[in-house]
Ligand binder design. Structure first.
Ligand code: ARG
Length: 586
């Protein structure tokens, strides 16, 4: 593995060196370099520096320019405007840097983060015995993408699917099963759909009895106590609900093309044995106090409508532990047991107050501190075409499976339309990759904290910022490479002069690693998505303006094939990091 310094970083270094050579008193001032349309890069840092040193910015800029080592890297540096530097790099530097990336296999020269740590990422957390709906889409999709991205930067990631598998409703479910045996088939005998339909039936039936029958309600309550105290028969029945639900979860995650590992499904129940101790530690340290019988944590800045403080409830007055106790116990486990340096939660923004309180309580306890930080991604809502939270026509929440099935169906239409020589099996396979990719990309290409409209027509459109557009760009390149076949292959030619469209594409390709590092550090998959979309657009203009197989010389054909190849590999890698497949043919 050979990591490659990006052109941006190299230019930045040259400018920084010249700055400190020209102005030792400036210390390590930042030249503030960014990509620009005028030249390849523009540096604005001298303006601020001149202000600080009370000098003339243009003069200062001229002084800096005279100190810059051009070497093979820089083709031109100009002072412009009030004191900007416009910097152009050589064609040779572009092609050579890309060649070094191309030689680095699937890492494409992207360096590992030297400060990598261990991130425990809490995502894809549905609830036992409940259907997964559109609300569960984002956590799985965003969490999966972030995980791939972080892994690629060298971070050690550990997944935690904090499924809702504990709580009072299990008393009702288990008690019903005891009184009406034979309602759940063994988990190994059912597929996802059957599992869910069994669970649904039991849920509805038990709910009906629970609401109508006071004595049953009482038995159900006692059952909760039996569950929490570890009664064997009760636990066995509880386990059947969990197992049956997992069959269903796995079937949905498979549809969603998100890999979930069994050892990372660690639900609320897993922390049951820690809760009493968590409560004791909180109470002994004074972080939590008794209030009306309950054990709670107060916060100065968190108040309700009536200006009364809203506490975090660790233990209810009846002795029961809830959601906060399991999350606080999970923090202890993740920090002390798994040695996490970062705790990342991919959970609906509507739970952000809960996490704010949980994190603050954990900080007061010292479980979180300067070395271990926690962050909630807090994603927004999936909206329907009407701009309201996505519902069926009947006003019910949309089942995630139905949504995915429909996306795949729509994609099949698009695929069938485009490629008439595919077998039905090939159409179905591509429809899966295109349809699921479309759903994921639409989700990932908007900043996670914003709401977005679920619009299948737009998602599978071939034009615009969609995954299909990116997948087509990739497939088109593969077809060019196949066509070139024996006649010519991708070879970098640093001696050639580049056309403007080639330079623009080349510079963008070089920025993959920098973009990824930023997107991963900010937990911002949409920045990677935007990068890939721009890459496909730049490739399209390159392809329009620069004939590949009919270039002027064989060397130029090879060099353009080289650009095609590294574009394809970058697209493939980038999409894979978002959890999206890139079919070889479309
Ligand atoms: N199961 C929860 C729900 O569906 C999400 C769990 C989020 N994670 C956590 N550590 N609280 O709302």
């Amino acid at each position: 593995m050979a990591s490659v310094t990006s052109l941006t970083a190299s230019v930045h270094q040259r400018l920084a060196d010249a700055l400190s050579a020209a102005l030792p008193e400036a210390g390590s001032a930042d030249p503030l370099l960014r990509r620009s349309d005028r030249a390849d890069f523009q540096a604005n840092g001298i303006l601020a520096l001149a202000k600080k040193l009370k000098g003339n910015p243009r003069e200062l800029a001229t002084q800096v320019v005279s100190r810059i080592e051009s070497g093979d890297l820089l083709a031109g540096i100009e002072v412009s405007g009030p004191g900007f530097l416009n910097v152009t790099v050589t064609d040779k530097a572009i092609v050579e840097t890309l060649a070094a990336r191309a030689a680095d296999g699937d890492r494409l020269g992207v360096p590992l983060n030297p400060h990598a740590g261990t991130t425990v990422i809490d995502y894809a957390q549905p609830n036992v015995a409940k259907e997964m709906h559109v609300g569960h889409l984002r956590s799985a999709v965003i969490g999966d993408a972030l995980r791939h991205m972080l892994d690629f930067t060298g971070e050690k990631t550990i997944g935690r699917h904090h499924i809702g598998d504990w709580g009072t409703q299990f008393g009702m479910l288990i008690q019903y099963l005891i009184e009406n045996p034979g309602q759940l088939a063994p988990a190994e005998d059912v597929d996802g759909e059957q599992a869910m339909s069994n669970l649904n039936r039991v849920y509805k039936a038990s709910r009906a009895v629970f609401d109508a029958d006071e004595e049953f309600k009482d038995r159900a309550r006692k059952r909760v106590v039996a569950l929490q105290s570890g009664d064997k028969e009760t636990l066995e029945l509880w386990q059947r609900f969990v197992d049956e639900s997992k069959v269903y979860f796995y079937s949905v995650f498979e549809k969603l093309d998100v890999e979930v590992r069994d050892d990372e499904i660690v639900g609320e129940s897993a922390y049951n044995d820690m809760m009493a101790e968590t409560a004791r530690l909180l109470e002994e340290s004074g972080v939590a106090v008794r209030s009306e019988g309950a054990l709670v944590v107060f916060f100065d800045d968190i108040k309700g409508k009536d200006d009364k403080p809203v506490p975090l409830i660790v233990q209810k007055a009846d002795g029961g532990f809830g959601y906060a106790a399991s999350d606080l116990s999970a923090i202890r486990d993740r920090v002390l047991g798994l040695h996490a340096t970062t705790l990342l939660y991919v959970v609906d923004v509507r739970q952000s107050l809960h996490f704010k309180m949980v994190f603050e309580a954990a900080r007061r306890m010292g479980w979180l501190n300067d070395d271990v930080t926690a962050h909630n991604m807090g994603y927004g809502t999936v909206l329907g075409a009407d701009g309201k939270p996505f519902k069926t026509r009947e006003g019910e929440t949309v089942r995630l499976e139905d949504l995915l099935d429909e996306a795949v169906q729509r994609a099949a239409e698009v695929v069938r339309e485009k490629a008439r020589d595919l077998t039905e099996e090939e159409i179905q396979e591509r429809a899966f990759q295109v349809g699921i990719g479309a759903v994921k990309y639409a989700d990932l290409s908007t900043s996670a904290n914003r709401d977005y409209k679920f619009d299948l027509d737009q998602m599978v459109s071939l034009n615009g910022d969609t995954s299909v557009y990116l997948q087509y760009a990739y497939a088109r390149i593969q077809s060019i490479l196949r066509k070139a076949g024996a006649q010519a292959g991708p070879v970098a030619h640093p001696e050639l002069e580049l056309a403007p469209a080639e330079r623009a594409l080349g510079l963008h390709l070089d920025a993959f690693g920098d973009t990824l590092a930023e997107a991963a550090a900010e937990y911002a998959p949409h920045k990677l998505a935007a990068y890939l979309y721009q890459l496909a657009s730049l490739y399209t203009s390159f392809y329009d303006k620069c004939p590949v197989l009919k270039a002027d010389t064989p060397a130029q054909t090879e060099n353009r094939l080289f650009l095609c190849d590294i574009t394809a590999r970058t697209l493939h890698k980038g999409m894979a990091l978002l959890g999206i497949r890139t079919p070889e043919r479309l």
